[in-house]
Design a binder for this molecule. Structure first.
Ligand code: LCS
Length: 397
Protein backbone atom coordinates (compact mmCIF):
# COMPACT_ATOMS: atom_id res chain seq x y z
CA UNK A 1 0.00 0.00 0.00
CA UNK A 2 1.25 3.46 -0.88
CA UNK A 3 -1.02 5.10 1.72
CA UNK A 4 -1.16 4.21 5.40
CA UNK A 5 -4.71 3.61 6.63
CA UNK A 6 -3.48 2.17 9.94
CA UNK A 7 -2.17 5.52 11.15
CA UNK A 8 -4.21 6.89 14.04
CA UNK A 9 -4.94 10.56 13.58
CA UNK A 10 -5.57 12.89 16.53
CA UNK A 11 -8.89 14.65 15.99
CA UNK A 12 -9.35 16.40 19.31
CA UNK A 13 -9.27 20.19 19.38
CA UNK A 14 -10.30 20.45 15.75
CA UNK A 15 -13.99 21.29 16.26
CA UNK A 16 -14.82 17.88 14.82
CA UNK A 17 -18.48 16.92 14.96
CA UNK A 18 -17.30 13.34 15.38
CA UNK A 19 -15.42 13.96 18.64
CA UNK A 20 -17.38 16.89 20.06
CA UNK A 21 -20.86 16.90 18.54
CA UNK A 22 -22.22 13.50 19.56
CA UNK A 23 -24.09 14.51 22.71
CA UNK A 24 -26.35 16.88 20.80
CA UNK A 25 -26.66 14.89 17.58
CA UNK A 26 -27.24 11.39 18.91
CA UNK A 27 -28.87 12.11 22.25
CA UNK A 28 -30.21 15.66 21.97
CA UNK A 29 -28.19 16.28 25.16
CA UNK A 30 -26.33 19.44 26.21
CA UNK A 31 -22.57 19.71 25.68
CA UNK A 32 -21.87 19.17 29.37
CA UNK A 33 -24.10 16.07 29.77
CA UNK A 34 -22.20 13.43 31.76
CA UNK A 35 -21.77 9.92 30.33
CA UNK A 36 -20.09 6.92 31.97
CA UNK A 37 -17.04 7.13 29.69
CA UNK A 38 -14.71 10.08 29.19
CA UNK A 39 -14.87 11.55 25.69
CA UNK A 40 -11.50 10.17 24.65
CA UNK A 41 -12.40 6.69 25.90
CA UNK A 42 -15.20 6.29 23.38
CA UNK A 43 -14.79 4.32 20.18
CA UNK A 44 -16.65 6.54 17.70
CA UNK A 45 -18.57 4.62 15.03
CA UNK A 46 -21.28 7.16 14.36
CA UNK A 47 -21.29 10.19 12.02
CA UNK A 48 -20.33 9.39 8.44
CA UNK A 49 -16.83 10.73 8.17
CA UNK A 50 -13.60 8.77 8.33
CA UNK A 51 -10.73 8.39 10.78
CA UNK A 52 -8.23 8.33 7.89
CA UNK A 53 -5.96 11.19 6.88
CA UNK A 54 -6.97 12.93 3.68
CA UNK A 55 -4.89 11.85 0.68
CA UNK A 56 -1.69 13.90 0.40
CA UNK A 57 -2.46 14.95 -3.17
CA UNK A 58 -5.45 16.91 -1.85
CA UNK A 59 -3.49 18.48 0.96
CA UNK A 60 -0.74 19.50 -1.47
CA UNK A 61 -3.28 21.18 -3.75
CA UNK A 62 -4.74 23.06 -0.78
CA UNK A 63 -1.25 24.04 0.29
CA UNK A 64 -0.51 25.34 -3.18
CA UNK A 65 -3.66 27.42 -3.00
CA UNK A 66 -2.72 28.64 0.50
CA UNK A 67 0.59 29.78 -0.91
CA UNK A 68 -1.24 32.23 -3.16
CA UNK A 69 -2.02 34.07 0.12
CA UNK A 70 -5.23 35.85 -0.91
CA UNK A 71 -8.67 34.32 -0.39
CA UNK A 72 -11.00 36.88 -1.88
CA UNK A 73 -14.44 36.23 -3.38
CA UNK A 74 -14.19 33.12 -5.46
CA UNK A 75 -16.20 31.20 -8.04
CA UNK A 76 -15.24 28.34 -10.29
CA UNK A 77 -14.16 30.03 -13.52
CA UNK A 78 -11.40 27.67 -14.64
CA UNK A 79 -12.85 25.18 -17.13
CA UNK A 80 -10.38 22.55 -15.97
CA UNK A 81 -12.54 22.07 -12.87
CA UNK A 82 -15.45 20.78 -14.93
CA UNK A 83 -13.19 18.78 -17.22
CA UNK A 84 -11.60 17.00 -14.26
CA UNK A 85 -14.96 16.11 -12.73
CA UNK A 86 -16.36 15.06 -16.13
CA UNK A 87 -13.38 12.77 -16.72
CA UNK A 88 -13.96 11.16 -13.32
CA UNK A 89 -17.66 10.60 -14.09
CA UNK A 90 -16.83 9.14 -17.47
CA UNK A 91 -14.25 6.74 -16.05
CA UNK A 92 -16.22 5.72 -12.97
CA UNK A 93 -19.82 5.66 -14.24
CA UNK A 94 -19.67 5.89 -18.05
CA UNK A 95 -21.82 9.00 -17.76
CA UNK A 96 -20.93 12.66 -18.10
CA UNK A 97 -23.08 15.56 -16.90
CA UNK A 98 -23.28 18.56 -19.20
CA UNK A 99 -21.29 21.58 -18.08
CA UNK A 100 -24.36 23.82 -18.19
CA UNK A 101 -26.14 21.41 -15.80
CA UNK A 102 -23.44 21.48 -13.11
CA UNK A 103 -24.11 23.68 -10.08
CA UNK A 104 -22.41 23.77 -6.71
CA UNK A 105 -23.74 23.92 -3.18
CA UNK A 106 -21.92 23.96 0.16
CA UNK A 107 -23.54 20.56 0.71
CA UNK A 108 -26.13 18.19 -0.61
CA UNK A 109 -28.22 18.71 2.50
CA UNK A 110 -28.47 22.49 2.07
CA UNK A 111 -29.38 21.82 -1.58
CA UNK A 112 -32.13 19.40 -0.51
CA UNK A 113 -33.54 22.02 1.83
CA UNK A 114 -33.71 24.46 -1.08
CA UNK A 115 -34.99 21.99 -3.66
CA UNK A 116 -37.88 20.82 -1.46
CA UNK A 117 -38.97 24.43 -1.29
CA UNK A 118 -38.45 25.10 -5.01
CA UNK A 119 -40.28 21.97 -6.20
CA UNK A 120 -43.25 21.66 -3.86
CA UNK A 121 -46.03 23.81 -2.48
CA UNK A 122 -46.82 23.92 1.25
CA UNK A 123 -49.71 21.44 0.99
CA UNK A 124 -47.74 18.93 -1.10
CA UNK A 125 -45.86 15.79 -0.20
CA UNK A 126 -42.38 14.32 -0.59
CA UNK A 127 -41.74 10.59 -0.95
CA UNK A 128 -38.71 8.80 0.54
CA UNK A 129 -37.76 5.17 1.11
CA UNK A 130 -37.23 3.98 4.66
CA UNK A 131 -35.04 3.35 6.56
CA UNK A 132 -33.54 6.65 5.51
CA UNK A 133 -30.77 9.07 6.27
CA UNK A 134 -32.62 11.38 8.68
CA UNK A 135 -31.74 14.60 6.88
CA UNK A 136 -34.13 13.66 4.07
CA UNK A 137 -36.86 13.93 6.68
CA UNK A 138 -35.37 17.12 8.14
CA UNK A 139 -35.31 18.74 4.67
CA UNK A 140 -39.01 17.94 4.28
CA UNK A 141 -39.91 19.06 7.81
CA UNK A 142 -37.95 22.28 7.40
CA UNK A 143 -40.45 23.51 4.79
CA UNK A 144 -43.44 21.97 6.57
CA UNK A 145 -44.12 19.61 3.69
CA UNK A 146 -45.63 16.20 4.38
CA UNK A 147 -43.32 13.21 4.29
CA UNK A 148 -44.55 9.97 2.75
CA UNK A 149 -42.49 6.85 3.48
CA UNK A 150 -42.25 3.68 1.45
CA UNK A 151 -40.67 0.98 3.58
CA UNK A 152 -38.02 -1.11 1.88
CA UNK A 153 -38.57 -4.86 2.04
CA UNK A 154 -36.05 -6.48 4.35
CA UNK A 155 -35.45 -10.17 3.81
CA UNK A 156 -32.92 -10.99 6.54
CA UNK A 157 -30.68 -8.06 5.66
CA UNK A 158 -31.35 -8.18 1.89
CA UNK A 159 -33.12 -4.93 1.08
CA UNK A 160 -35.32 -4.34 -1.94
CA UNK A 161 -37.85 -1.77 -3.07
CA UNK A 162 -41.54 -2.48 -2.51
CA UNK A 163 -42.52 -1.29 -5.98
CA UNK A 164 -46.22 -1.82 -5.48
CA UNK A 165 -46.20 0.36 -2.38
CA UNK A 166 -43.84 2.92 -3.94
CA UNK A 167 -46.02 3.23 -7.04
CA UNK A 168 -49.23 3.54 -5.01
CA UNK A 169 -47.65 6.38 -3.02
CA UNK A 170 -46.23 8.08 -6.10
CA UNK A 171 -49.74 8.10 -7.57
CA UNK A 172 -51.00 10.37 -4.79
CA UNK A 173 -51.49 13.63 -6.73
CA UNK A 174 -50.09 15.57 -3.76
CA UNK A 175 -46.74 13.73 -4.01
CA UNK A 176 -44.57 15.98 -6.20
CA UNK A 177 -41.04 14.98 -5.29
CA UNK A 178 -39.10 11.84 -4.42
CA UNK A 179 -35.73 11.99 -2.66
CA UNK A 180 -33.97 8.78 -3.58
CA UNK A 181 -30.69 7.53 -2.14
CA UNK A 182 -28.43 5.82 -4.70
CA UNK A 183 -26.52 3.93 -3.31
CA UNK A 184 -28.68 3.65 -0.24
CA UNK A 185 -27.73 4.87 3.23
CA UNK A 186 -28.05 3.04 5.63
CA UNK A 187 -28.53 -0.39 3.95
CA UNK A 188 -25.60 0.06 1.54
CA UNK A 189 -27.63 -1.26 -1.40
CA UNK A 190 -26.34 -0.49 -4.88
CA UNK A 191 -29.50 -0.52 -6.97
CA UNK A 192 -29.51 -2.47 -10.22
CA UNK A 193 -30.21 -0.75 -13.53
CA UNK A 194 -33.61 -2.46 -13.60
CA UNK A 195 -34.49 -1.10 -10.16
CA UNK A 196 -33.30 2.39 -11.09
CA UNK A 197 -35.33 2.38 -14.29
CA UNK A 198 -38.44 1.21 -12.48
CA UNK A 199 -38.14 3.93 -9.83
CA UNK A 200 -37.48 6.51 -12.55
CA UNK A 201 -40.35 5.28 -14.69
CA UNK A 202 -42.82 5.39 -11.80
CA UNK A 203 -41.76 8.96 -11.00
CA UNK A 204 -41.99 9.99 -14.65
CA UNK A 205 -45.43 8.43 -15.16
CA UNK A 206 -46.71 10.31 -12.13
CA UNK A 207 -44.79 13.52 -12.81
CA UNK A 208 -42.90 13.30 -9.51
CA UNK A 209 -39.57 15.15 -9.52
CA UNK A 210 -36.73 12.77 -8.69
CA UNK A 211 -33.68 13.82 -6.70
CA UNK A 212 -31.07 11.09 -6.81
CA UNK A 213 -28.68 11.64 -3.91
CA UNK A 214 -25.54 9.83 -5.04
CA UNK A 215 -23.11 11.05 -2.38
CA UNK A 216 -22.03 7.47 -1.59
CA UNK A 217 -21.43 6.58 -5.26
CA UNK A 218 -17.65 6.24 -5.04
CA UNK A 219 -17.58 4.31 -1.78
CA UNK A 220 -18.09 0.87 -3.25
CA UNK A 221 -16.68 -2.55 -2.56
CA UNK A 222 -13.84 -3.26 -4.95
CA UNK A 223 -15.19 -4.30 -8.34
CA UNK A 224 -18.68 -2.82 -7.85
CA UNK A 225 -19.81 -0.11 -10.30
CA UNK A 226 -22.18 2.79 -9.71
CA UNK A 227 -24.99 3.66 -12.09
CA UNK A 228 -26.30 7.22 -11.92
CA UNK A 229 -30.09 7.50 -12.13
CA UNK A 230 -29.62 10.11 -14.87
CA UNK A 231 -27.71 7.57 -16.95
CA UNK A 232 -30.68 5.22 -17.18
CA UNK A 233 -33.47 7.84 -17.07
CA UNK A 234 -33.39 10.33 -19.89
CA UNK A 235 -35.80 12.73 -18.21
CA UNK A 236 -35.08 16.30 -17.24
CA UNK A 237 -36.87 16.07 -13.88
CA UNK A 238 -34.05 13.88 -12.56
CA UNK A 239 -31.66 15.89 -10.37
CA UNK A 240 -28.34 14.27 -9.48
CA UNK A 241 -26.37 15.10 -6.34
CA UNK A 242 -22.74 14.07 -6.00
CA UNK A 243 -19.82 15.27 -3.91
CA UNK A 244 -16.15 14.58 -3.28
CA UNK A 245 -16.67 15.18 0.43
CA UNK A 246 -17.71 11.78 1.73
CA UNK A 247 -15.38 9.81 -0.56
CA UNK A 248 -12.30 11.83 0.27
CA UNK A 249 -13.07 12.72 3.90
CA UNK A 250 -13.39 16.45 3.28
CA UNK A 251 -16.99 17.03 4.46
CA UNK A 252 -15.89 20.08 6.45
CA UNK A 253 -14.77 21.76 3.22
CA UNK A 254 -18.37 21.95 2.06
CA UNK A 255 -18.53 21.51 -1.67
CA UNK A 256 -21.00 19.40 -3.62
CA UNK A 257 -22.29 19.08 -7.17
CA UNK A 258 -25.95 19.42 -8.01
CA UNK A 259 -26.76 18.46 -11.61
CA UNK A 260 -29.95 20.14 -12.78
CA UNK A 261 -31.25 19.59 -16.31
CA UNK A 262 -34.67 21.21 -16.34
CA UNK A 263 -34.51 24.77 -17.75
CA UNK A 264 -37.27 26.10 -15.47
CA UNK A 265 -35.60 24.73 -12.37
CA UNK A 266 -32.25 26.10 -13.52
CA UNK A 267 -33.87 29.54 -13.68
CA UNK A 268 -35.23 29.18 -10.15
CA UNK A 269 -31.90 27.86 -8.86
CA UNK A 270 -29.98 30.73 -10.44
CA UNK A 271 -32.42 33.27 -9.02
CA UNK A 272 -32.72 31.87 -5.52
CA UNK A 273 -29.62 29.84 -4.70
CA UNK A 274 -26.77 31.97 -3.43
CA UNK A 275 -23.62 30.51 -4.96
CA UNK A 276 -20.48 30.97 -2.94
CA UNK A 277 -17.43 28.84 -3.44
CA UNK A 278 -14.46 28.46 -1.18
CA UNK A 279 -11.02 28.60 -2.80
CA UNK A 280 -9.58 25.82 -0.63
CA UNK A 281 -12.57 23.59 -1.33
CA UNK A 282 -12.27 24.10 -5.06
CA UNK A 283 -8.58 23.13 -4.92
CA UNK A 284 -9.37 20.09 -2.77
CA UNK A 285 -12.24 18.89 -4.95
CA UNK A 286 -10.30 19.25 -8.18
CA UNK A 287 -7.31 17.41 -6.72
CA UNK A 288 -9.60 14.66 -5.38
CA UNK A 289 -11.14 13.97 -8.78
CA UNK A 290 -7.92 14.56 -10.68
CA UNK A 291 -5.38 12.84 -8.45
CA UNK A 292 -7.26 10.86 -5.80
CA UNK A 293 -7.99 7.69 -7.78
CA UNK A 294 -5.13 5.63 -6.43
CA UNK A 295 -5.84 6.64 -2.82
CA UNK A 296 -9.50 5.72 -3.30
CA UNK A 297 -8.60 2.31 -4.73
CA UNK A 298 -6.47 1.61 -1.66
CA UNK A 299 -9.12 2.96 0.70
CA UNK A 300 -11.61 0.55 -0.85
CA UNK A 301 -9.28 -2.38 -0.26
CA UNK A 302 -8.87 -1.35 3.36
CA UNK A 303 -12.63 -1.00 3.79
CA UNK A 304 -13.21 -4.39 2.10
CA UNK A 305 -10.94 -5.80 4.80
CA UNK A 306 -12.88 -4.06 7.57
CA UNK A 307 -16.20 -5.40 6.30
CA UNK A 308 -14.77 -8.92 6.16
CA UNK A 309 -13.35 -8.45 9.64
CA UNK A 310 -16.79 -7.51 10.93
CA UNK A 311 -18.35 -10.50 9.17
CA UNK A 312 -15.92 -12.91 10.79
CA UNK A 313 -16.27 -11.22 14.16
CA UNK A 314 -20.06 -11.43 14.16
CA UNK A 315 -20.08 -15.08 13.05
CA UNK A 316 -17.81 -15.96 15.91
CA UNK A 317 -19.11 -13.67 18.66
CA UNK A 318 -22.66 -12.61 17.85
CA UNK A 319 -24.01 -15.31 15.54
CA UNK A 320 -27.61 -14.15 15.87
CA UNK A 321 -26.83 -10.71 14.48
CA UNK A 322 -28.11 -10.31 10.92
CA UNK A 323 -25.53 -8.71 8.66
CA UNK A 324 -24.51 -8.76 5.03
CA UNK A 325 -21.48 -7.00 3.59
CA UNK A 326 -23.00 -4.08 1.68
CA UNK A 327 -21.98 -3.18 -1.87
CA UNK A 328 -21.58 0.48 -0.96
CA UNK A 329 -20.79 2.95 1.83
CA UNK A 330 -18.43 2.42 4.76
CA UNK A 331 -21.43 1.80 6.99
CA UNK A 332 -22.43 -1.61 8.28
CA UNK A 333 -26.12 -2.11 8.99
CA UNK A 334 -26.55 -4.79 11.60
CA UNK A 335 -29.73 -6.23 13.12
CA UNK A 336 -29.07 -6.90 16.81
CA UNK A 337 -32.72 -7.31 17.80
CA UNK A 338 -32.15 -11.00 18.67
CA UNK A 339 -29.99 -9.76 21.54
CA UNK A 340 -31.49 -6.38 22.39
CA UNK A 341 -35.16 -6.37 21.40
CA UNK A 342 -36.29 -3.39 23.46
CA UNK A 343 -33.29 -1.14 24.00
CA UNK A 344 -32.56 2.41 22.97
CA UNK A 345 -29.56 1.11 21.04
CA UNK A 346 -27.33 4.22 20.80
CA UNK A 347 -27.87 4.87 24.52
CA UNK A 348 -27.25 1.22 25.45
CA UNK A 349 -23.89 1.11 23.68
CA UNK A 350 -22.82 4.58 24.85
CA UNK A 351 -23.54 3.60 28.45
CA UNK A 352 -22.43 -0.03 28.46
CA UNK A 353 -19.80 -0.40 25.76
CA UNK A 354 -18.14 3.00 25.43
CA UNK A 355 -19.10 2.97 21.75
CA UNK A 356 -20.87 5.78 19.92
CA UNK A 357 -23.12 4.56 17.15
CA UNK A 358 -26.41 5.37 15.48
CA UNK A 359 -29.36 3.07 15.23
CA UNK A 360 -33.06 2.38 15.59
CA UNK A 361 -35.40 5.25 14.86
CA UNK A 362 -32.55 7.63 14.01
CA UNK A 363 -33.24 6.33 10.48
CA UNK A 364 -36.83 7.61 10.33
CA UNK A 365 -38.72 4.28 10.38
CA UNK A 366 -38.44 0.60 9.47
CA UNK A 367 -35.13 0.48 11.31
CA UNK A 368 -35.93 -0.88 14.78
CA UNK A 369 -33.36 -3.28 16.15
CA UNK A 370 -30.64 -2.09 13.79
CA UNK A 371 -27.35 -0.43 14.58
CA UNK A 372 -25.24 1.35 11.99
CA UNK A 373 -21.50 0.97 12.43
CA UNK A 374 -19.14 3.32 10.67
CA UNK A 375 -16.21 1.08 9.68
CA UNK A 376 -14.01 3.82 8.21
CA UNK A 377 -11.41 3.50 10.91
CA UNK A 378 -8.12 1.81 11.68
CA UNK A 379 -8.56 -1.94 12.04
CA UNK A 380 -7.13 -1.88 15.55
CA UNK A 381 -9.78 0.62 16.68
CA UNK A 382 -12.49 -1.35 14.92
CA UNK A 383 -11.42 -4.50 16.73
CA UNK A 384 -11.61 -2.70 20.06
CA UNK A 385 -15.06 -1.27 19.27
CA UNK A 386 -16.44 -4.65 18.23
CA UNK A 387 -15.04 -6.39 21.31
CA UNK A 388 -16.78 -3.85 23.49
CA UNK A 389 -20.07 -4.24 21.61
CA UNK A 390 -19.98 -8.04 22.01
CA UNK A 391 -18.98 -7.76 25.65
CA UNK A 392 -21.83 -5.35 26.46
CA UNK A 393 -24.33 -7.68 24.78
CA UNK A 394 -22.97 -10.71 26.69
CA UNK A 395 -23.14 -8.86 29.99
CA UNK A 396 -26.72 -7.86 29.33
CA UNK A 397 -27.91 -11.47 28.92
N1 LCS B 1 -26.81 12.59 1.61
C1 LCS B 1 -26.62 11.39 2.17
C2 LCS B 1 -27.36 10.19 1.65
C3 LCS B 1 -25.72 11.26 3.22
O1 LCS B 1 -25.53 10.06 3.76
C4 LCS B 1 -25.03 12.40 3.70
C5 LCS B 1 -24.10 12.34 4.86
C6 LCS B 1 -25.26 13.63 3.07
C7 LCS B 1 -26.16 13.70 2.02
C8 LCS B 1 -24.54 14.87 3.52
O2 LCS B 1 -24.23 15.67 2.43
P1 LCS B 1 -23.48 17.04 2.59
O3 LCS B 1 -24.50 18.04 3.03
O4 LCS B 1 -22.37 16.88 3.58
O5 LCS B 1 -22.98 17.33 1.22
N2 LCS B 1 -24.36 11.28 5.70
C9 LCS B 1 -24.11 11.22 6.97
C10 LCS B 1 -24.52 10.16 7.79
O6 LCS B 1 -25.17 9.18 7.43
N3 LCS B 1 -24.11 10.39 9.03
O7 LCS B 1 -23.36 11.50 9.12
C11 LCS B 1 -23.38 12.18 7.82
Amino acid sequence: MKYNFDEIIERRNSNAMNTDGWRAYIFGAPDDAVFPYADDEYVRMWVADMEFAVCPEIIDAMQERLNKRIFGYTKIFDKEYYETFAAWCDKMYGWVPKKEHLFTSPGIIPALYELVEFLTEPDEKVLIMTPSYAFFMHAIDHSNRTMVCSDLINDRGNYSIDFEDFEAKAKDPKVKLCIFCNPHNPSGRVWTEEELKRVGQICKENDVWLISDEIHCDLLRTGVRHTPMAKVMDWDKVITCMAPTKTFNIAGLQISHIMIQNPDLIKIWNAQHFTSENPLSIAASQAAYGKGGEWLAELKLYLDGNFKFLEDFLKENLPEAVYKIPDATYLAWVDVSAYLPDEDLPMFFANNAGVLLEGGNMFVQNSDGYIRLNLAMQRSVLEEGLKRIAEAIKNKK
